[in-house]
Each structure stands twice: as C-alpha cells, then as structure tokens.
Design a protein around this ligand. Structure first.
Ligand code: ADE
Length: 246
C-alpha cells in the first residue's frame, strides 16, 4: 500500500481527478490511498496566511515555512527530513527540482510507502522547505506552471501505474516507452484502410519476427526524430544501428 498526502492551498482542484482509469482502480483495490489537505488548516492567524514578501525584495510572494513544516509534522511526526519514518518521502514540487523521469517514478513505486507531496504556489516556497523538510525536490518538466497541483496529479499517476498489480495481468510497464530508453513504436488498429491511409503491410502479415523488427526500427526512428537526446544515451545493439541505417 502506498499512501499519498497532498498538501495544497487548492484542495478542491483535485475534485474527481483521481477517479479515473488505473488510479481509480488502484484506489478501489487498496493499492493506494490519497489524502488531500488544505495547507490553511496549519495556519493560526485570522487571515490564514500562507505567504509573505520575499527577503531581499522582488516581485511576488513566497510561501511561508511554518504552515508547511506544521503540516508535515502533524502527518508524519517528523520535524525535519532526518526524522521521517522509513519509507516516507516528502516531495516538493517546483520548477527548480530534479526532473521527474520514468526511473524516478519507478524508484518511488518500488521503495516508498508514503509520499507527502507539497504543491508550491506564488513565486516560490521558502528554501528551508527544500533544505530541511523535503527528501526530494521534483519538477515535471522545463516549463513553469502556476502551481504544483497539476504536477501532483502527474506524479500520482506516473507512480501508481508502476505499482505491482496496478496495470492488471494483461499489460505490463516493462515493455513501454522509456523503460528501455527508447520511445514506444507506432500502433494501429482497424480499419486497415482509413481514408486511404493504409496500415503498414507487415503488421497484417502475421510474421512475428518481421513485425518485431519493424516495430523496433520505427521506435528507433521516432526517437531519433523527436528525442535525439534519449537516443544518444540509449543502449543500442548492432542490429539497432543497422535498422537505423535502413
Ligand atoms: N510548479 C510550477 N512549475 C512546476 C513544474 N514544472 N514542475 C513541478 N512543479 C511546478
């Protein structure tokens, strides 16, 4: 069982977003639990203040450390990352984090029992959260969102589908995009001719070895075209290099 606790100033944002597909099934099957917590619950002033002006000046507001530390302390008993129970990770979502990858999602799915997810807002979060409370600062990509909430949804989805049993027996995450450092191959279904666009003949041939070879070639080609950065690091066989030359 993996429990997610999402700390946010917009708890309503999450509405029914976790009630679909694999995440819904994983919840129903007891593989995961998701708690959403309003950060303002851990404020003590009349205005329930969660942000303040930046030391050193500048635009925008910064999220205050006190409510965030109080929230994590109530949820985990820990006053800092060093006191967290084994298997509990505190994830700060921010554009300054390490980029979330399939490898990191798999590592979390394999090792974590509890993920406390902090959604930042405003121009940033007081750095003492990243320094002393979070075990991981993660970004979902090189673009700036108006807050960590959409990133939290993505983190929950990417990690949940990698939990044993989440995908069901018919599918597995081991053969898909990124697991081997290369993008997935193209997929086709009926009709074989759609508005004159024909499904590649080899897929209709029933020749399994040729189909496998075609899929590998197309996966490599698409990776070369769309993600040359991935291909440069992918472990390629002699056969892969030959397919790319074709
Ligand atoms: N908050 C704002 N932008 C973000 C990003 N790219 N990833 C994670 N959290 C964010």
């Amino acid at each position: 069982m993996l429990r997610f606790d999402i700390i946010t100033i917009f708890p309503d944002f999450f509405g029914s977003v976790f009630d679909y597909g694999i995440v819904k099934r994983a919840r129903a099957a007891g593989l995961i639990e998701i708690g959403v917590h309003d950060l303002r619950r851990w404020t003590s002033d009349r205005h329930r203040t969660v942000d303040d002006r930046p030391f050193g000046g500048g635009d925008g507001m910064v999220m205050k450390p006190e409510p965030i530390f109080a929230a994590v302390e109530e949820l985990t008993g820990a006053r800092s990352s060093r006191e967290l129970p084994e298997g509990t990770r505190v994830i700060l979502l921010s554009p300054q984090g390490r980029q979330l990858t399939q490898r990191i999602a798999a590592e979390l799915a394999a090792n974590a029992q509890r993920l406390i997810v902090i959604c930042g807002r405003y121009e940033g979060v007081d750095e003492r959260v990243a320094q002393a409370l979070a075990t991981d600062e993660l970004s979902i990509g090189d673009y700036v969102l108006s807050g960590g909430e959409p990133a939290a949804v993505i983190l929950v989805d990417a990690v949940t589908r990698l939990l044993p049993g989440a995908l069901g027996s018919e599918t597995s995450a081991t053969h898909e995009s990124f697991s081997a450092g290369v993008l997935d191959h193209p997929h086709y279904t009926r009709p074989a001719d759609f508005r004159g666009m024909r499904v590649p003949e080899v897929l209709l041939s029933g020749h399994h070895a040729r189909i496998a070879s075609w899929r590998r070639k197309e996966a490599l080609r698409k990776t070369l075209r769309n993600r040359p950065d991935l291909l440069a690091r992918a472990p390629l066989s002699e056969e892969d290099r030959r397919l790319l030359e074709e």
